[in-house]
Design a protein around this ligand. Structure first.
Ligand code: NAD
Ligand code: UGA
Length: 464
């Protein structure tokens, strides 16, 4: 099948970068990214590329090159769906907040809405690709919705569909590199011609040996399990960080020694404030839900522990900060360094910083928050989302890193931004109130330099 036009429903952290890469490698294919959120679309169309809705190294250069040529962002679902030979569904799949499965099951309402739009507007034969991360067997639901429109006399446009699963493995902050050099591309489906069409798209820049094809259910499940395994490693190393603090072993040495065993591998062994981001928590919660649904209670309990440890790590840090600062942080000023859930992204979804900051404010601290990429409005939204707890007046946004330390009793490092690694601690120590502390939850600051400046320091995974 010759693909001339691609549509992507959902202009988010996955839809935007993924389609930019396809547009880069396929100048002859028209790539249309559509979204129901007009504000997001207008940000993607911003003349000033530093205002794109997503910060991702390397992204704006590609958008600059392709936008208006073969990469378009719009809210016009009808025409872009009708013209597409292949449609990616790349909408958000949040955890349900109401009804059956609250807090665990995935809310499929956006996926269902997209499928209904496709079923209404598609013309001729269309390949529909699940790009969003979905519970195993969701393709069945999508197929049922699409097939309903192919039956009966209303099918004037002779619609037919093939459904594929093609989960995305990119990580934020490295999205462009991950898309250009993936470890693998996974395509699940039954229709060989449709699979080959998608394989051809990727083969333009990815070695065919890295493109793995499976059935639909294996593909859907593999995505959930990849995230679960990654998150499990983080919870594992975080339990060991506490053990290192108790015994005097050094977490980085332990991670290095363990990770040098090729069977274990060196990645995802950095201890920190727990995993954040929009996906690990929701995907593992979903895995727990699915396992319980199939009566596999031990399996569910096993994965639930990964989530419990993540929560525990954040709570123990807050307790430790309060205990170290003479048992109270009431009316003390705390500098917060980093608010995004990891470095090189402006995304704050499920960022450990949100819970940690809220808990510190609950204990009475006043926060001065700095992040190189997260805007004031986003932090305000995240911190002021709880209706019961009024946090207004309990924190301020620092426009520069140096302001953040002014009069602070403590500085808490929550994101591993590179600029935090080489700070002038002598200058900082003059700005802080004494006795002063640094709590480094990412073990990124130079411990010796901090100590030399007369500031007390605690680092995750290091005993005193
Ligand atoms: P996102 O929230 O950034 O973007 C989703 C977009 O879909 C939003 O702009 C929303 O307005 C739009 N949308 C929702 N319903 C729509 C509809 N009916 N029609 C048109 N647009 C609609 O989400 P994301 O981070 O891009 O994640 C999307 C999916 O990809 C999720 O399933 C997620 O689990 C998965 N995923 C995310 C990442 C990541 O790093 N963020 C990586 C791999 C996979
Ligand atoms: C993660 C996966 O890495 C991607 O493969 C997947 O596609 C994506 O989820 C998804 O499905 O959304 P992402 O959440 O963007 O990507 O970022 P990660 O690099 O995985 O980091 C997640 C969290 O774990 C961050 O808070 C990070 O700081 C933390 N982390 C990561 C650690 O605490 N230690 C580590 O060693 C690695």
């Amino acid at each position: 099948m010759h693909i001339k036009s691609i549509c992507c429903i959902g202009a988010g952290y996955v839809g935007g970068p993924t389609m930019a890469i396809i547009a880069k490698y396929w100048p002859d294919i028209q790539v249309n990214v559509v979204d129901i959120n007009p504000e997001r679309i207008s940000q993607w169309n911003e003349v000033d590329l530093s205002n794109l809705p997503i910060y991702e190294p390397g992204l704006k250069e590609i958008v600059e090159k392709c936008r208006g040529k073969n990469l378009h962002f719009s809210t016009d679902m009808k025409n872009n769906i009708a013209n597409a030979d292949l449609i990616f569904i790349s909408v958000n799949t949040p955890t349900k907040t109401k009804g059956i499965g609250t807090g665990q099951a995935i809310d499929l309402k956006y996926v269902e809405a997209s499928s209904r739009e496709i079923s209404k507007y598609a013309e001729g034969h269309t390949i529909v690709v699940e790009k969003s991360t979905l519970p195993v067997k969701t393709a069945q639901t999508i197929k049922a919705i699409l097939d309903a429109s192919t039956k009966g006399e209303n099918n004037y446009n002779q619609k037919t569909f093939s459904v594929l699963s093609n989960p995305e493995f990119l990580a934020e902050g490295t999205a462009i590199n991950d898309l250009e050099n993936p470890d693998r591309v996974l395509i699940g489906g039954e229709d060989k011609e449709a699979i080959n069409g998608l394989v051809d798209i990727y083969s333009k820049w990815i070695d065919k040996g890295k493109v793995l094809t499976t059935d639909l259910w294996s593909s859907e499940l593999s995505k959930l399990i990849s995230n679960a395994f990654l998150a499990q490693r983080i919870s594992s190393i975080n339990t060991i960080s506490a053990l290192c603090e108790a015994t005097g072993a050094k977490i980085k040495d332990v991670s290095r020694a363990v990770g040098m065993d090729r069977r274990i591998g060196k990645y995802f062994l950095n201890s920190g404030p727990g995993f954040g981001g929009s996906c690990f928590k929701k995907d593992i919660s979903n895995l727990v839900y699915i396992s319980n649904h199939y009566g596999l209670f031990e399996v569910a309990d096993y994965w639930q522990k990964v989530l419990d440890i993540n929560f525990w790590q954040q709570s123990r840090f807050v307790e430790l900060i309060v205990k170290t600062m003479f048992g109270t942080i009431s009316s003390k000023t705390i500098a917060i360094l980093g608010f995004s859930f990891k470095a090189n992204t402006n995304d704050t979804r499920e960022s450990p910083a949100i819970q940690i900051c809220k808990k510190l404010m609950e204990e009475g601290a006043f926060l001065q928050i700095y992040d190189p990429k997260v805007k004031y409005s986003q932090i305000k939204k995240d911190l002021e989302s709880d209706e019961e707890e009024i946090v207004e007046g309990k924190w301020i946004y620092s426009n520069s890193i140096h302001e953040t330390f002014y009069n602070a009793d403590a500085a808490v490092f929550l994101t591993e931004w590179e600029e935090f690694e080489s700070l002038n601690w002598y200058e900082i120590s003059k700005k802080m109130r004494r006795p002063s502390w640094v709590f480094d939850t990412r073990s990124i600051v130079n411990m010796e330099c901090v100590k030399k400046s007369g500031i007390n320091i605690w680092q995750v995974g290091y005993g005193n």
